[in-house]
Design a protein around this ligand. Structure first.
Ligand code: ATP
Length: 235
């Protein structure tokens, strides 16, 4: 579904991504592991059209989408839930969700169906539909951010560090829900530092270090890899 081929992204003189290649097959849940500053967000922004790609190609569903605008990519089903949630704090939960469906705004029925799906997945959002997004707990805000991304009916859902700042129990629930979303048919690319929790639910993964992919493998390969254990699992 997604092929990133030799992608280089530079910020002025700094090479943030150096010929990065990775693939995500339809239906997979793939995790991208990397420490702070490794380049995970830079890669996500490149895939979603927010960063200029200096070298290489991004292929999505057999189409070369390199250089496409973020807006066009969203309409084609590449939807990112960015790090830091970026909710509209002064708008209600429901309004935030509906904003995520702006690509379907003329199709009220689709918006209602998406809302029902998100409310089924996150019942607490239904309970708090009229509350301001800014009044939610951290975990609930993360659910809302994921819910808003789902409102756009992603084919490829990219989640940038959804576990950041959440309590361990909430993290577990969050990953279980991400797995549920994937099993319902959405392909997921997940950027994480929390390797242990992320690998539990992933099919495969890649390790990004200083802008380069240094390792890739199945969930089992990565969970048993000594470097991964040392760097990300604390074994
Ligand atoms: P984090 O989890 O901290 O967000 P990350 O793996 O997502 O880390 P990036 O945010 O992609 O890493 O950053 C990769 C490198 O690019 C870092 O050295 C960072 O300082 C630099 N960088 C990121 N965004 C910019 C920018 N807009 N301008 C200049 N340098 C940037």
């Amino acid at each position: 579904m997604l092929k990133v081929q030799g992608v280089t992204v530079k910020y002025g003189g700094l090479t943030a991504l150096d010929k990065v290649s990775l693939e995500v097959e339809q239906g997979e849940l793939v995790v991208l592991l990397g420490a702070n500053g490794a380049g995970k967000s830079t890669l996500f922004k490149a895939i979603s059209g927010l960063n200029k790609v200096q070298e290489g190609q991004i292929i999505f569903m057999d189409q070369d989408v390199t250089g496409w605008s973020a807006d066009k990519l969203v309409r084609h089903g590449v939807i990112q839930c960015a790090e830091g949630r970026q909710l509209f704090a002064q708008m209600s939960v429901r309004e935030n969700l509906v904003m995520g469906a702006y690509v379907h705004r003329r199709h009220k029925k689709v918006v209602e169906e998406c809302l029902s799906y998100v409310f089924e997945l996150f019942p607490i959002l239904k309970e708090k539909a009229a509350d301001l997004a800014g009044s939610l707990s951290g975990g609930q805000q993360q659910m809302l951010a994921i819910g808003r991304a789902l409102m756009g009916q992603p084919k490829l859902l990219m989640l940038d560090e959804p576990s950041i700042g959440l309590a361990p129990l909430v993290v577990q629930q969050m990953f279980a829900t991400i797995q549920e979303i994937n099993r319902a048919g959405t392909t997921v690319l997940l950027a994480e530092q929390n390797a242990h929790a992320a690998l539990q639910v992933a099919d495969r993964g890649y390790v990004l270090e200083n802008g380069e992919i240094t390792l890739s493998g199945t969930k089992k390969d990565l969970l048993n890899n000594e470097e991964v254990k040392k760097a990300y699992i604390g074994a």
